[in-house]
Design a protein around this ligand. Structure first.
Ligand code: PA5
Length: 353
């Protein structure tokens, strides 16, 4: 098993430097925001009635973050569309944001084409690919993301803050400068504690990865940014650590999942409770009670508390922590965190089908 504190061993096991990409989240957020704010050719959305945010996998997370973190400030309903078809309600007065890191994802391209046919206000965020080319040939402004990042999921800072900056530029969100500053401060404060240079004895992310060990992780978050973070932890465990993982949200899980935690059913699982200060008191009480139920089923459990005050900072503090934990867990299990062969194979098979 790799010694996570050995820099040379880390370099050999993480040749694409996923850990370095995680460390850049704070600066990615700032750069993404500035890019979004400065994008020219964004659609006129003065009379828009809703936002459809189209993307898959790592390129869809940003839609969920925007919906959850700004729900008290966005005056329009937002739906994240993870599939090739737009919902019926999307029409001429809808802003359709198409988000694809590569610009070549079939579902997102299908939504893009459909949005143009329906005459929707379309905005694109991508590093290029077919989506970038089609947007440009249709005279649409493109919120650009650097093409050299190690993976779409490592673009979460650019993708989220690029969209947030563009929504501000379109007049759909108030000025976000203070929120972005808080995100930077919080992430810059956390990174040295969680990053690869911090030794295991003083590094909560390395310690958590070691405690999860060969158990199957389950992330719980409170409805809103906590749940969005839980979903991100799950997909990062899948892709960085190459393991099955699950997530669910409170209070919903108290109406179904808790029944599944009965004597012995938790033996192979590890529960991570992602907590924010934004939870209503009811959700805080439910965390305690629900965790007790899961622990009595044999699950090991640990709590991770978000840092910061605002919704965006709390969401991204949890994202940063989960990104590190999942990458460390991948390394401990003997996997290079970056490649996602199953996803690549599926995309190739479907493109040839
Ligand atoms: O993390 C990944 O690699 C995937 O989840 C991708 O984000 C997903 O397949 C969509 O690809 P893209 O982000 O290039 O649109």
């Amino acid at each position: 098993v790799i010694d996570l504190d050995d820099a040379e061993a880390r370099r050999a096991a993480d040749p694409s430097d996923m850990l370095g990409a995680v460390a850049r989240l704070a600066s990615d957020a700032r750069r993404g925001y500035e890019t979004g704010l400065g994008t020219v050719g964004l659609p006129d959305v003065d009379d828009a009635t809703g936002i459809a945010f189209c993307g898959m996998g790592g390129s869809a997370v940003s839609g969920d973050v925007v919906r959850a973190a700004f729900r008290d400030r966005l005056r329009l309903p937002v739906e994240t569309v993870r599939g090739p078809e737009l919902p019926e309600w999307v029409g001429r007065s809808t802003l359709v944001v198409c988000s694809s890191y590569s610009g070549n994802t079939a579902e997102t391209l299908a939504c893009f084409g459909e949005a143009l046919e329906r005459g929707s206000r379309v905005s694109v965020i991508t590093s290029g690919g077919e989506l970038g080319a089609r947007a440009t040939s249709n005279g649409l402004g493109v919120i650009s993301v650097p093409p050299e990042l190690v993976a779409p999921r490592a673009a979460v800072g650019h993708l989220t803050f690029g969209v947030a900056g563009a929504l501000e530029a379109m007049g759909l969100l108030p000025r976000l400068g203070g929120d972005v500053r808080e995100v930077e401060q919080v992430l810059e404060g956390l990174a040295p504690r969680l990053g690869p240079e911090a030794p295991t004895a003083a590094n909560p992310a390395k310690q958590l990865a070691r405690r999860i060990d060969d158990r199957v992780p389950i992330a719980w978050g409170g409805e809103g940014v906590g749940a969005v973070a839980a979903a991100r932890w799950k997909t990062q465990f899948n892709e960085n650590a190459k393991i099955p993982a699950f997530w669910s949200a409170l209070p919903e899980l108290d109406h179904n999942e808790v029944v599944g935690w009965s004597a012995g059913s938790g033996d192979r699982f590890f529960l991570v409770c992602l907590r924010t200060s934004l939870e209503p008191p009811d959700v805080s009480a439910r965390f305690r009670l629900s965790r007790d139920i899961a622990e009595s089923a044999g699950i090991l459990a640990e709590e991770v508390a978000a840092a910061g005050r605002g919704a965006l900072a709390q969401a991204f503090s949890l994202v940063l922590t989960g990104d590190y934990v999942s990458a460390y867990l991948g390394l401990l299990r003997g996997f290079d965190p970056t490649p996602v062969e199953a996803i690549d194979r599926l995309k190739r098979a479907l493109a040839g089908a």
